[in-house]
Design a protein around this ligand. Structure first.
Ligand SMILES: [Zn+2]
Length: 639
């Protein structure tokens, strides 16, 4: 996800160079397109997001780094699993962001050690993978290889090393990426190489390399890397099963190119956005925007998750399917949720459009946090709206390696900056340096129980009165917001990007209160079984029932005698005391307990509702339902 790799670079250039680890690397080339919105690393994050970040950083991160599975395949090929090589790159990305955010010295040392070991496995020809020599991509050029994940691995190796070297003066890490890219270019680059001869889904699984190569150009400014990136985009377009730009221009759905494999298709879209940043060519941006609109309109469920379904024997349940195939048991791969969040945030940075931030927020607070077990270690591979079990597992999977990246990337977008304003993009408790945002002394501090509470408090810690324009984003699912400063109601102007704008001279003792109208909404959707299903949301939170056992087709519980988006017709408030977390008897108990204690101290009560009599089913935020062991039911059949 070059998004953050590259934005990360831009962030370092614009504002955070003084606090990033020293780097003597040459400055990256000027990009053709600058972001409208700049992300910033917060000094601290609290509330539910802070607790979940803390759990990943204290528990899962170390469970992964200490596992030989990450490097064994590189050091002693062949690896045991076809895409075993992706995990080290994903870990390097997420752990680099965590290290910069926390300043954790032990983590910095572990990162460096991992990079040194990975770099040492590079072959003299540039290969950094886990395949036996005869199966390596450069020995398969003539006949191609439809089963290989070798290029996929290289995408993540390059991405991880570039993420690391963006904030570390490590010429070896950068050179390893360059050598790997050069080997890939000899196999699939100009003048007549074809990346789509390799990999699954007509080569879509290899086409994801585009993002890493574009990121490499952003780092080196070397014309041959840009030529390679352009060539990759051209190869995708020349393949009649992919041709993503042409497909979007022709009005096709996202179910067509590469069988609509959700994770991979969105990963290529990330590549287009990086190539747009490099070249300024609008086709790449337009393609990503068009695809985003199609996904948002027809392929995202009530929890913000991009769902899939196996329509034909040649596809699988991780492929986008036409909206008519929707069912509450359709699958969302956590890798897809992660890539969707990255895509939304990259588009938010490029355009400033609040709709992209809304979609990222909905996916984060529902689908992504729901896929992360509150034990801090386990992740779910596939999640559904209605499922008999959360499916948390300890195994190192693609999804468990992806999820933490979305947590870290999202955490850099809580408070952002545009050329005109500080952007309050989220209302979770956070402290962010104004120096990082707009180059002025001071900090912005957000407090409160968001998103469990429909309100938030904000203040600036300033050495002197400061004129600042502040844009407040309306949260996903909110109908309106009300701003008051020192008890006086303000009348913010509405910007073209959908933000609520206040410009004034701020003092250290100013207190901002933000109150949201979070309507209780009902959402109807007809399933592939012909059933009219209903689900509920409150603000950005989807609501769901915790169930210890369920069938895929629960008995009708609701009457849809007259459809309405007013959830109050079916629900009434319920007071629920959240049970204390289960005792954890293995890893990092201290970290878990501290995080849970912090969460308990920083939040108001968890909002909950009850289906009206006679059913009386309790609904809580989706991401908390079923996490104590059991399943979750988000949509209910009507009759
Ligand atoms: Zn996955």
């Amino acid at each position: 996800m070059g998004t953050n790799g590259s934005l990360f670079l831009i962030g370092v250039l614009l504002g955070s160079a003084a606090t990033a680890p020293a780097s003597a690397a040459p400055p990256p080339p000027a990009l053709a397109v600058n972001n409208q919105v700049t992300a910033a690393v917060p000094a601290s994050v609290g509330g539910i997001l802070g607790a979940r970040l803390d759990l990943w950083r204290r528990v899962r991160l170390w469970r992964v780094v200490n596992n030989p599975f990450l490097l064994d395949g590189f050091a002693h090929p062949p690896g045991k699993h076809p895409w075993q090589g992706e995990h080290v790159g994903k870990w390097l990305h997420a752990a680099t962001l965590a290290a910069e955010a926390t300043g954790d010295v032990k983590l910095a040392a572990a990162l460096q050690e991992m990079v040194v070991k990975l770099v040492a496995t590079q072959q003299p020809n540039g290969y950094v993978g886990t395949y036996a020599p005869a199966q390596r991509f450069y020995n398969q050029i003539e006949k191609g290889d439809r089963s290989t994940w070798d290029i996929w691995t290289h995408r993540y190796v390059i991405h991880g090393l570039l993420s690391y070297s963006a904030t570390h003066d490590d010429p070896a890490a950068l050179q390893t990426s360059i050598n790997a890219a050069d080997l890939l270019a000899r196999a699939a680059g100009p003048p007549d190489g074809d990346i789509t001869r390799f990999g699954t889904r007509w080569g879509l699984s290899s086409a994801v390399l585009l993002e890493s190569v574009a990121m490499l150009y952003q780092r080196t400014g070397d014309a041959r890397h840009l030529a390679f990136a352009r060539h990759l985009a051209g190869s995708i377009e020349r393949n009649p099963h992919l041709r993503i730009i042409a497909a979007m221009r022709a009005g096709e759905d996202v179910t067509v190119s590469g069988d609509g494999k959700a994770y991979q298709l969105m990963a290529v879209l990330l590549g287009y956005l990086e190539l747009h940043r490099c070249t300024g060519e609008k086709d790449y941006l337009d393609t990503a925007v068009t695809a985003w609109e199609k996904i948002q309109a027809g392929h995202v469920n009530i929890t913000g998750g991009p769902w899939g379904y196996q329509v034909a024997p040649g596809t699988n349940h991780e492929c986008f399917a036409a909206p008519g195939f929707f069912h509450p048991t359709c699958c969302v791969e956590t890798c897809s949720t992660t890539t969707w969040i990255q895509l939304c945030l990259s588009l938010f940075e490029l355009t400033g459009g609040s709709r992209y931030a809304d979609a990222a927020e909905r996916a984060l607070f529902n689908q992504l946090l729901g896929a992360q077990s509150p034990n801090g270690n386990d992740w779910a591979y596939h999640s559904m709206l209605n499922m008999p079990d959360r499916g948390y597992e300890d195994t190192i999977t693609c999804c468990a390696s992806s999820g933490p990246r979305a947590l870290e990337v999202f955490a850099r977008h809580l408070v952002c900056a545009s050329k005109d304003a500080v952007i309050i993009n989220s209302y979770v408790p956070v402290v962010v340096s104004l120096a990082r945002l707009v180059g002025q002394p001071g900090t912005v501090i957000i407090e409160g129980g968001y998103p469990f509470a429909a309100e938030s408090r904000l203040r600036f810690d300033l050495p002197a009165p400061t004129v600042l324009t502040v844009d407040f984003r309306l949260p996903a699912g909110a109908a309106s917001l009300e701003l008051s400063v020192n008890g006086k109601l303000e009348r913010p102007e509405r910007t073209a990007q959908g933000m609520f704008r206040l410009r004034r001279t701020w003092n250290a003792d100013d207190r901002v209160a933000v109150r949201f109208d979070f309507p209780l909404r009902s959402h109807f959707q007809t399933g592939s079984d012909g059933v009219r299903w209903i689900g509920f949301s409150w603000g950005p939170l989807a609501l769901a029932q915790s169930v210890t056992a369920q069938t895929d087709h629960p008995l009708p519980v609701l009457a849809s005698y007259q459809e309405s988006d007013d959830g109050n017709r079916w629900l009434e408030p319920a007071a629920v005391t959240r049970k204390p977390p289960r005792a954890v008897d293995n890893v990092a108990e201290a970290g878990i307990l501290k995080s849970e204690a912090r969460l308990a101290a920083s939040t108001v009560s968890v909002p909950s509702w009850r289906l009206k009599a006679p059913r009386r089913i309790i609904l809580v935020p989706y991401f908390l339902a079923g996490t104590e062991g059991g399943g979750v039911r988000t949509m209910f059949p009507t009759r």
